[in-house]
Design a protein around this ligand. Sequence first.
Ligand code: IPM
Ligand code: MG
Length: 370
Amino acid sequence: MAVVRKILSLAGDGIGPEVMAATRKVMDWVQSTGHVKFEVTEGLIGGASYDVHKVPLTDATIAQAKTSDAVLLACIGGPQYDTLAYELRPERGLLRLRKEMGLFANLRPAIVMEALATASSLKAELVRNLDIMIVRELIGGVYFGEPRGIEDLPGIGRRGFNTQVYSTPEIIRVARAAFELARKRGKKLCSVDKANVLESSVVWRDEVTKLHKAEYSDIDLSHMYVDNCAMQLVRNPKQFDVIVTDNLFGDILSDLASMMTGSLGMLPSASLGAADANGRQAALYEPVHGSAPDIAGKGIANPLAMITSFNMMLRYSFSMGAEADLIDKAMQNVLSAGVRTADIVEPGQKPVGTLEMADAVVAELKRLAK
Ligand code: IPM
Ligand code: MG
């Protein structure tokens, strides 16, 4: 009997429906192996939800997300929504979903596949075999801190303000997730902050240090200021194993790290909450890239970050590591064979479209599984 896994699929905006459709092909293949049955419900988020419901996320969709085993999300946003009131913008839907699901730990692995070492904007020798994991705090800090707002300053103009804030429990839970990951990997953790300027970072650094001493002294812990980290990531990325950092710094550093892997179209992510009494963990999987309105609808977007996000779902939510390994292998082989979407194409190669890339991965999966 196949186990049933309930997935909420949120394709969102821009290239979202295209990369989601590509990923469904890989999902179908996994299902065809007979061990699992995916019960997929489709929902709306971002501009797609606004167009229908006049809000970027409905309570009903949040409720569905909470009762699913995992949520698979593509991307949100588009220029047609840029002039909407702040609360109605697509980004608000995504941020609310993360918050309501309690997804405090955002895992963003930057892994350079051998075939793509030369596609990176950094020198191949700097990124070859790179495998770093950025753990970004996802539901705190300046993204959510109060007070926030925009107020009129009569006669002067306006004042926009936000609050960067972190408390002990918020720091400890994400640091713990990062230490645990480091323990399963290279046993090295770098905590990134701005403790030379920000009080929130002073507390961050103290709490991470205390937790290290109390429970994780087997891990090699270092601290780095975020400006230095940005520089070090470009100078010598392989010095890092796991990085843990706050919401805003993690947003920025993960886009930076993505270019090492060849393209923003290669970076997946997993966002995880705390485990409940039954060991069930709220989880959402989404690529790091945005909705790429410039290429939306053209069928040329790279679906690999989306497929890899699904792969993380297999690994982290469904304990299907063997299938995930096989999908990773299939993607590597396809890339090595020179099958490339436009963003990672190299001289002499002809780019393939979104669905063709997925078809190539599925064909390779069938070959490998024989
Ligand atoms: C990301 C994105 C989002 C963020 C946006 C779309 C709200 O940039 O997931 O990195 O800032 O978290
Ligand atoms: Mg971002």
